[in-house]
Structure formats: structure tokens, C-alpha cells
Design a protein around this ligand. Structure first.
Ligand code: MG
Length: 347
């Protein structure tokens, strides 16, 4: 009897081990079925010049495939949240927050990306806790904040300290430098995905390196970030502008660049309301309406959503339809595939 029990146990243990091994094999899964191992036809990685790292005295140079958002020369990539000119200033080749001027945002929208940004909090330090060197790097145009704060010998609540995903995740460690010293964030952003009914399909994720040290490791956000509240997700486009917070402190930024990840796509811009509204109306053979940052083209009863590639050029992501607006003579030229179309006057 005892032998039978031992045998049964041995069989059970053996079966469980085999199942565990099988499960592990399944979990690992095939890495990629499209290519053979060491496939000679597999495309080579694109060659990229890595650029030059910054020093305290000198900002570095972005990698060759990065979109430079600020290199000390121009504020052209930035505007106010409403699309008007930003009141932030270029001071000694740094993008500086002017207290009371509101957030600064990028004109261009970004989805999955790698962002490099450097910041310096005011020296000498003024105020304490959340009142010292407060700003923030926002994804989703003001929805999700990686906190910027002077956290050098400045105590505040953990999930509001420098490098926190505000009100959600404190940084793993505090690697803050002294006020006035240049610091860096290297951030990987995975935007949320929403279903057509507005429900959340996958939550956004953030990985953050502060001064080269990992402080957020692929954390999954639980909603929009905010003070005193944990707001739920609200559906928005995958690509949205990046924004920098005006929290009343003259925090400075430099050497800002972004690399878009994922499938290469056309650049998208989040244009001012006034520009988008100026295109809305009835044209000779079509209608233009608005949906958020995009336009809706109605042609022979078919509605096509158009995305801004520049202040005047729009494109569809579904069919090869493009529209070029001419604000001066109030016309639109809609081209479909090889058909270049002709300019149609606004009525
Ligand atoms: Mg902040």
C-alpha cells in the first residue's frame, strides 16, 4: 500500500514537472515566426549616430534620428496649450518657465517614444516641499506627469518627489542633484490604447532614468495624474503633444529631443483651434468639419478623418487621401491616390 502511494506520488510529481516545463516552453513561445534564425534576408538595423552626451557646462548633441525639440537656438517647436505663442523664454540658451505663463507644449504630437530632456531647478532654492523648483514633463498633453521638483534635501510626499509619476509611483531612488545643476531624464513612453467605444484597451507605461539611474521601471499608470485626486482615464488619440508644467517656479530646460518608436509614420501636429476652425465649412464638392485635433472630410457622403501633417497639409491613415488647404484664397485641394484633384473654393 505504502509502495503504491509512493508510486502515485512519484507519477504526480513527474506529471506536474512535465506540465510546468511545457507551460514554461509555452510562455517563452516562438520569438518570431516570420524570420529564420540568423536569416540572411532579415533587414539590418538602421545606422544611427549616437550623438554626444551633455556636461554641466555644455549641452550634448541628439542622436542623428532624433527630432530636436530644443537645442538652445529656437522655440519653434513649442507653443502655449491653446496653440498660441508660448510665453516661456529662451534665456541663455535654456527654455525657461515664466511663472504664470501656463504650460508650454510641443506643436507636434507623439505616440510611443524615447524622450531626453535636461532640467535645472532655481538656485538658490526658494520655498519648500512642492513649492521648490516644481515643474513637470507631461505626456498626453497635460494628462500624465513625470514630476520635476527640487528634491535635493527637500522633503515632500514620496509620490510627488522628483521623478515620481505624480500621485501614483514614487521614484525608486532619489538621485537629485543640487539646485542649479543640470539633470537629465530619459523616458520611455507607451501611450494608452482605447477602443472605439472609449474604453481602455491597454494602460500607458513609463520607464524613467534620472541622471542615468533607473527610477521608474515600466510602471503601468492607473489613470490621469493629478493633485488630490486619481482621475480615471478618458479616451484620447494615441499621439498627443508633450508638455512642460508651469508650477510658478522658473525651472530651466535644455537639450530636448525625442525619438519616435514603433512603426515609422508621418509626423502629426496638434494645431491651434483657430487654424482648424478656419478650414471648417462647405467647399465646392466637399464638407470639412472638426473632430478634436483632426478634420472630417465628407466627399460624396463618405466621411474620412484627416490628420495634420503640417499647418496646411492633412492626410488619412486609412486611404490615400490628402488635403492641402490654402488659407489665403480659402481653397482645399483633395487628392485621392494618383488623382491630384483641383482646388475647390470655400463657399
Ligand atoms: Mg509638477
Amino acid at each position: 500500500m505504502k509502495t503504491t502511494r509512493s508510486l502515485t506520488r512519484a507519477v504526480l510529481v513527474g506529471t506536474l514537472s512535465a506540465l510546468t516545463a511545457l507551460a514554461t516552453l509555452h510562455a517563452a513561445g516562438p520569438v518570431e515566426t516570420k524570420w529564420l534564425g540568423h536569416d540572411r534576408n532579415r533587414p539590418q538595423p538602421v545606422v544611427v549616430d549616437a550623438g554626444v552626451p551633455s556636461t554641466q557646462d555644455k549641452p550634448g548633441k541628439a542622436p542623428s534620428d532624433a527630432i530636436v525639440l530644443f537645442d538652445g537656438s529656437s522655440l519653434a517647436a513649442w507653443c502655449a496649450m491653446d496653440g498660441q505663442a508660448t510665453k516661456w523664454v529662451n534665456h541663455d540658451s535654456a527654455l525657461e518657465c515664466v511663472p504664470g505663463s501656463g504650460y508650454a507644449r510641443t506643436l507636434q504630437s507623439f505616440g510611443e517614444c524615447q524622450l531626453h530632456i535636461e532640467f535645472a531647478t532655481p538656485a538658490p532654492a526658494h520655498g519648500q516641499s512642492q513649492g521648490r523648483g516644481n515643474s513637470g514633463v507631461f505626456f498626453g498633453m497635460g494628462k500624465y506627469e513625470v514630476q520635476v521638483l527640487d528634491s535635493y534635501e527637500n522633503k515632500t510626499y514620496a509620490d510627488g518627489s522628483c521623478g515620481s509619476v505624480y500621485n501614483q509611483y514614487p521614484p525608486l531612488v532619489n538621485v537629485s542633484r543640487k539646485p542649479g545643476e543640470w539633470q537629465s531624464y530619459d523616458i520611455l513612453w507607451t501611450p494608452p490604447k482605447f477602443s472605439s467605444d472609449g474604453s481602455l484597451r491597454s494602460a500607458p507605461r513609463l520607464t524613467v532614468f534620472h541622471n542615468g539611474v533607473v527610477i521608474q521601471n515600466n510602471v503601468e499608470l492607473i489613470g490621469e495624474t493629478g493633485w488630490l485626486e486619481r482621475a480615471p482615464f478618458k479616451a484620447h488619440p494615441e499621439k498627443m503633444p508633450l508638455a512642460l508644467q508651469d508650477h510658478g517656479n522658473p525651472v530651466r530646460y535644455r537639450n530636448i529631443w525625442v525619438r519616435e518608436l514603433g512603426t515609422p509614420a508621418k509626423p502629426e501636429f496638434f494645431l491651434p483651434d483657430a487654424v482648424l476652425d478656419s478650414y471648417v465649412g462647405t467647399y465646392e464638392n466637399c464638407e470639412i468639419a472638426r473632430r478634436g485635433a483632426n478634420l472630417l472630410l465628407t466627399l460624396s457622403g463618405v466621411v474620412t478623418e484627416l490628420y495634420a501633417e503640417s499647418p496646411t497639409h492633412f492626410f488619412s491613415k486609412v486611404v490615400d487621401v490628402q488635403a492641402e488647404f490654402d488659407p489665403t484664397d480659402r481653397t482645399v485641394q483633395v487628392s485621392i491616390g494618383e488623382d491630384g484633384g483641383s482646388k475647390k473654393k470655400k463657399k
